[in-house]
Design a protein around this ligand. Structure first.
Ligand code: FE2
Length: 369
């Protein structure tokens, strides 16, 4: 390899196609704990720099005959590591932009929904944990919670002979910039949002119980306040529930973002009622959440679970309402960096001149378990 840098898209493509590659993560253990590339190997960077044995870097055996990609936080020290490795006869490249650039990397999984004609494609932002969906039937599709470049949804839809007619968000996001408005503009789709007065651009409001139709399937809105006041879940063909940040396998949404302590307490009570309502649905419904708390492997396996199983994993739900609220409020994680600015831009629906990877830095912290 002549060039020292490898673009994020190229590594993403290699991993998606299952091409053998060794990804060497040269960051500190603390940085690695926050987020990492699936299948990557942690190495001691200092030892890697001094490596003189091509078969081993930092004491780790590196498979022969496959590319080595070094990754750091922003793609600077990985260039130095690659130079040192090359001087020692080890061919390697550096991931351009490092983990910050990797935050935009994505992969897909097809959701099996027995007995339904709905096609559901889970588009996973593996570099950050955001999950979005393309829901299609008979040539028409809706996209929910778009979080990657609109061109990606357009390409996936086209590959499956789907035309994106609708773009929806489950709520006003605080941890990533919504690409929904831009996507809707790109494909002249209608944009539907939960009824609220926060978003300032034109949209069609979806109220509790209202639905839209894509091909042969109905997508019904269930108003599920708690994570935010407008939070809404989408029931697809009566068989899958896209829960946004309301319910995750083993966890529930946080009630505190862009809220005072008093508002967070009120939202926690609302979340309890919401979760009781969801718990009364058919336990065989497939829960498809809006986020994953771990890097998402290139394994084609959809994140989510059967409602009955998901509920069993949420211990807090077996508590009384007051105990649920107290437990929830006592376990609030650190707030995502820049969340107030992200909310402001999402209410506006566009972010010209903003580098999303800078503003969206850091792991998702939406769930409380
Ligand atoms: Fe959220």
């Amino acid at each position: 390899m002549d060039t020292i840098d490898l673009e994020v898209d190229a590594l993403r493509d290699w991993l998606e196609r299952g091409r053998p590659v060794t990804v060497l993560d040269i960051r500190s253990p603390v940085q690695r704990e926050e987020w990492s590339i699936p299948g990557s190997v942690a190495v001691d960077a200092q030892t890697a720099m001094r490596a003189s044995d091509p078969s081993s870097i930092g004491g780790i055996s590196v498979p022969a005959g496959q590319p080595i990609v070094a990754v750091c936080a922003q793609g600077k020290s990985s260039v130095l590591a690659v130079r040192a490795m090359r001087e020692n006869g080890i061919d390697a490249v550096s991931l351009k932009g490092g983990m910050q650039a990797w935050s935009l990397a994505w992969n897909v999984a097809y959701v099996e929904l027995p007995g339904s004609v709905a096609q559901i494609i889970q588009v996973r932002r593996t570099g950050k944990g955001c999950l979005s969906y393309i829901v299609g039937s008979e040539g028409e599709a809706a996209v929910m919670d778009a979080s990657v470049d609109p061109a990606i949804y357009l390409r996936i839809a086209e590959e499956r002979d789907l035309v994106i007619r609708y773009v929806l968000d489950t709520h006003v996001h605080a941890d990533h910039l919504s690409r929904s408005r831009t996507l809707a503009d790109r494909c002249s789709a209608e944009i539907f949002l939960p009824e609220q007065d926060r978003v300032t651009y034109p949209f069609q409001a979806l109220r509790d119980g209202e639905s839209i139709t894509a091909g042969a399937i109905e997508i019904q809105a269930l108003h599920t306040p708690g994570h935010t006041l407008e939070s809404t879940c989408f029931l697809v063909d009566g068989r899958a529930l896209l829960t946004g940040d309301t319910l995750f396998p083993g966890a529930v949404g946080r009630p505190d973002l862009a809220a005072s302590a008093e508002q967070a307490r009120k939202r926690a009570h609302l979340l309890y009622a919401t979760l009781r309502r969801i718990a009364a649905l058919d336990p065989d419904i497939r829960i498809l959440p809006g986020h994953a708390s771990e890097p998402i492997p290139f394994d084609g396996k959809a994140c989510g679970g059967r409602l009955g199983d998901v509920l069993k994993e949420v211990e807090m739900l077996r508590a009384t309402e007051d105990a649920f609220v107290e437990t929830l409020l006592s376990r609030i994680p650190q707030t995502p960096p820049n969340h107030l600015e992200i909310v402001r831009l999402n209410e506006r629906g566009e972010f010209p001149g903003v580098d999303p990877t800078e503003l969206e830095a850091g792991a998702n912290r939406c769930a409380i378990s």
